[in-house]
Design a protein around this ligand. Structure first.
Ligand SMILES: Nc1ncnc2c1ncn2[C@@H]1O[C@H](COP(=O)(O)OP(=O)(O)OP(=O)(O)O)[C@@H](O)[C@H]1O
Ligand code: NI
Length: 370
């Protein structure tokens, strides 16, 4: 196996709030290989954006990365060690924020956010913003940066880029603005682009065009992507591999086909049942029962157990790490103790009623052992 382009191990990012500590990302691991598009999916609040911001070192106070390791092409970007008083602190191999900004962010690892109006400054023209970004990150003189900017706008299919160069963001449609952000992301020919729901706000047709554009660019440059979305149709369309997050942790990680056709985690199953698929009528869609609990006070054991149709007593006790549960050569990780890879005697554990069951909360505790 070749060294992954990006490797994230046991990443932990938390927010100290008045109500307590929010463990938004609570020990997730994932890899991205060269040329791959990796999906990061899960319901709102799962920790997808915090995970992306952590890799980019854009987590803002009161948020803080408190543990884990991030490597890029084998180089340690961030890791932790134990200090003299047993405290956890950043290890000396970690890149300083300054180095990270100068060498990695924008150049090697770029990003596309959901809302172009937040990423683009309304008082400057599209062209001047792109040009400035290129001047700074590629250290080009203004004239050359301008040429590259126009070329890049052409590459993301902005018609007549020389003419549109002097337009302001409000003169562009939502789809066009998103193309500008993509132009900014690819302007330094990064090897990895982290995209946080970049097409969610767009209508379906425009979204389709943007996804096609991204596939074309990927073919041309071999860029790797991490694509954050809660839309499984988009995942099916563009991802090679998928990571499913639930309440700050990884539930399932698999090749896109295995994830859809050989689902191993009840949460993923529930996600798949709750979205329209061509082979299902709308009537047969089942929403996921229960609300996602707060990251501030997650359920004991497996975090999904209160909503899980397969939950048994043991699921209240054990919070499983994802393990390989594949029946083929291809790795397929699931964090669910119903699989044999977990030796916790799930078989003999008493089923518990999930919130979604017919009689709801009244009958929730049905353990036979009492
Ligand atoms: N600045 C903050 N202060 C406190 N908690 C935060 C902060 N930012 C995020 N969180 C919490 O971290 C958790 C993960 O949030 P995150 O935005 O990563 O979710 P997400 O999976 O990206 O959801 P969405 O699909 O809605 O974008 C949530 O519980 C959220 O409330
Ligand atoms: Ni998000």
């Amino acid at each position: 196996m070749t060294t992954p382009l990006l490797s994230v191990e046991n990443l932990q990012t938390q927010f100290e709030t008045a109500e307590g500590t929010v463990r938004a990302v609570d020990g997730i691991s994932f890899d991205v290989h060269e040329g791959e598009t990796v999906g990061l999916v899960g319901e709102s609040g799962a920790g997808k954006s915090v995970a992306i911001s952590s890799v980019l070192r854009l987590v803002e106070s009161p948020g803080e990365i408190v543990g884990g390791e991030i490597r890029f092409r084998g180089e340690t970007l961030l890791s932790f060690e134990e200090g003299p008083n047993g405290e956890r602190r950043q290890s000396p191999e970690s890149l300083s924020n300054k180095e990270f900004r100068q060498r990695i962010r924008g150049r090697e690892i770029a990003t596309i956010f959901q809302d172009p109006m937040e990423s683009l400054n309304p008082v400057f023209t599209i062209g001047s913003q792109l040009q400035e970004f290129i001047e700074i990150n590629r250290e080009l003189p203004p004239k050359d940066a301008r040429d590259v900017a126009i070329e890049t706008l052409r590459e993301v299919d902005i018609p007549k880029p020389e003419d549109r160069f002097d337009d302001y963001p409000h003169e562009f449609s939502g789809g066009m603005r998103q193309r500008v952000l993509i132009a900014m992301a690819i302007a330094c020919q990064p090897s990895l682009i982290l995209a946080d729901e970049p097409t969610t706000a767009l209508d379906v047709t425009v979204e389709g065009q943007i996804l096609n554009l991204v596939s074309d660019l990927q073919e041309e440059y071999g860029t790797s992507f991490v694509w954050v979305t809660h839309d499984l149709a988009v995942v099916a369309d563009i991802c090679d591999r998928v990571n499913v997050m639930y309440l700050g942790q990884m539930a399932e990680q698999a090749d896109v086909h295995d994830l859809f056709d050989n689902t191993k985690h009840p949460y993923t199953e529930a996600l798949l049942q709750s979205v329209p698929r061509p082979d299902k009528t709308v009537e047969s869609l089942t929403p996921i029962e229960g609300v996602m609990p707060e990251a501030i006070n997650p359920p004991s054991g497996c975090r999904f157990h209160p909503r899980c149709p397969d939950a048994r007593a043991v699921c209240r006790e054990v919070n499983p790490e994802p393990r390989n549960v594949s029946d083929t050569d291809t790795r397929h990780n699931a964090a669910c103790v119903k699989h044999d890879a977990f030796d916790v005697d799930y078989e003999h554990s008493t089923p518990i009623q999930s919130e979604g069951d017919e009689f709801g909360e009244d009958l929730q505790v049905t353990e036979g052992s009492r």
